[in-house]
Structure formats: structure tokens, C-alpha cells
Write a protein that binds this ligand. Structure first.
Ligand SMILES: [Zn+2]
Length: 255
């Protein structure tokens, strides 16, 4: 499978954006300010990147292929990201937390239908946004299947794409996702031991300059981020993901 560069966005915000209260602590690390997002899309457009989806077959992806994804289904995706994407005629994936559709600060069915009607891909981001690797098998299955069914029932479209909520996954979760009927599975950074076929993504963070985004497009990671990433992986490997989540939360000063 060819692996295109897949960018992962969350909130596209302005200073007036009302953030949903269901948001997990630390989510603002991934909020991209609207002018920065506009500049990033402008760069893709001006430099001739081919923004596309992986639907169909990934063998046809060109070396300048970029896939855009948005996690969590916040209303700011519709209000801010969608108009910019339309301007450039860029398709994108929107991964929706099923239980939050229509809640304050999240897109409702009308917005999701409008995105789909334009040609955007609607995917599942789990039913409740729980970390799947913490759950029992029956609960994992429920998260995967119920979210798919709920979105399909209300939107009357097939839901074939899944983004693993909050990045934690293993081969069992991916296998169960394929068994639940998903065809395209997106994760965050690929865990070292993961064997399964899926699309890893680069998270665009709120502090990123256009230069930093360009480095990602060029396939580079600054050395300092490599080191931080390595320490994260070591903590995860030695102490497990529960402890990693605790360390992350302590560093972010989250209770
Ligand atoms: Zn998420």
C-alpha cells in the first residue's frame, strides 16, 4: 500500500470560537488558528500538492498526494475549515464522535449532510471518544459498530472510514475495526510494533509555523521533536499507555 502524507487537524478556531465543554483536556494543543489554516491550504494549492482521498485505490496516489483529515466533528470545522477547503476545492475527511452530533459546539446532521453533499468524506471517530485499548472487547466492538450504524442510519450513507479515537491502538483494535466493516482506518503516529494496514497521520499542532508545516510536507521532523517522540514511545513501552496518559496529563497540568 502506498502511504500518502495524511495531515490530522482538530479545531480550526478564531478568538470567538466557543469550545465544546465535552472536549478532552489538552485539546487546545491541536487548535489551529483560522489565518494559519488559510495560509497552510494556500501553500498546498500554490505548490501544486494533490489533495485527495484514499477512496478507490491508493496505488494511484502521486508523490505529491496529501490527505486532509479533521477529528472530533466540532462546529468550527464547518464554520471555518469548510469554506477554505471549498475555496481550494480540496476534499477532506471529517471524523465524527457519534454521541456528540448536534451537541453545543459540534456539528449536527444538517452540517454533516452538507459536507457529504459537497463531496467530503464522513467517517467515524468512535461512539464516545473512549480510548479503545482501555476497553473490554465487547465494548470496543460496540464503539466501532454502534458509531458506524448510528451515522449510517441518520445520514443514509455508508461509513467506511474510521479514525481511532485519541491515538491509542494495537493490532487487535485494527482487526476488530476491519471486522466491523471499516475499509480505511486512520491512526495517529504508528506505534512501533503495529503490523496492521492503516494510515498513520501527522498531527498539525497549534504552535506550528508555516515553515514547520512545510517541513512535514518535505517529510522532515525537527530533531527536538524526534527526541520528545522517542521519550514518549519509551514511556509507553516501559510503563504502558495508562501511565503514559497520566504523565501526559501531569505535564499538561490536568487533574
Ligand atoms: Zn479525537
Amino acid at each position: 500500500m502506498n502511504t500518502p502524507l495524511v495531515l490530522m487537524y482538530h479545531g480550526i478556531v478564531t478568538e470567538w470560537t466557543v469550545l465544546p465543554k465535552e472536549r478532552e483536556a489538552g485539546a487546545d494543543l491541536y487548535d489551529v488558528q483560522l489565518p494559519n489554516f488559510q495560509a497552510q491550504m494556500q501553500r498546498l494549492s500554490a505548490d501544486g500538492y494533490k489533495v485527495e482521498t484514499v477512496n478507490g485505490n491508493s496505488e494511484n496516489l502521486s508523490p505529491k498526494s496529501v490527505v486532509l483529515t479533521f477529528d472530533d466533528g466540532e462546529m468550527n470545522n464547518y464554520e471555518h475549515a469548510f469554506p477554505v477547503l471549498k475555496k481550494h476545492r480540496f476534499p477532506a475527511y471529517f471524523f465524527i464522535i457519534a454521541s456528540r452530533v448536534g451537541k453545543k459546539g459540534y456539528m449536527g446532521w444538517d452540517e454533516l449532510r452538507a459536507l457529504h453533499a459537497y463531496g467530503m468524506v464522513i467517517g467515524s471517530h468512535g461512539f464516545s471518544h473512549e480510548i479503545l485499548t482501555n476497553l473490554l472487547d465487547t465494548q470496543i466492538e460496540e464503539e466501532l459498530k454502534a458509531s458506524k450504524r448510528y451515522l449510517e442510519y441518520n445520514l443514509k450513507i455508508p461509513i467506511d472510514a474510521l479514525s481511532i479515537p485519541r491515538g491509542f491502538c494495537d493490532d487487535k483494535v485494527i482487526r476488530m475495526a476491519y471486522e466491523a466493516g471499516y475499509k480505511h482506518i486512520f491512526i495517529s503516529e504508528r506505534p512501533r510494533k503495529l503490523q496492521s494496514e492503516c494510515y498513520s497521520r501527522v498531527a498539525v499542532k497549534s504552535g506550528w509555523t508555516l515553515r514547520r508545516v512545510q517541513q512535514t510536507l518535505d517529510g522532515q521532523t525537527p530533531v527536538i521533536e524526534e527526541v520528545t517522540g522517542m521519550s514518549k514511545r519509551i514511556i509507553k513501552r516501559v510503563f504502558g499507555e495508562g501511565v503514559y496518559d497520566w504523565v501526559r496529563r501531569s505535564l499538561l497540568k490536568i487533574k
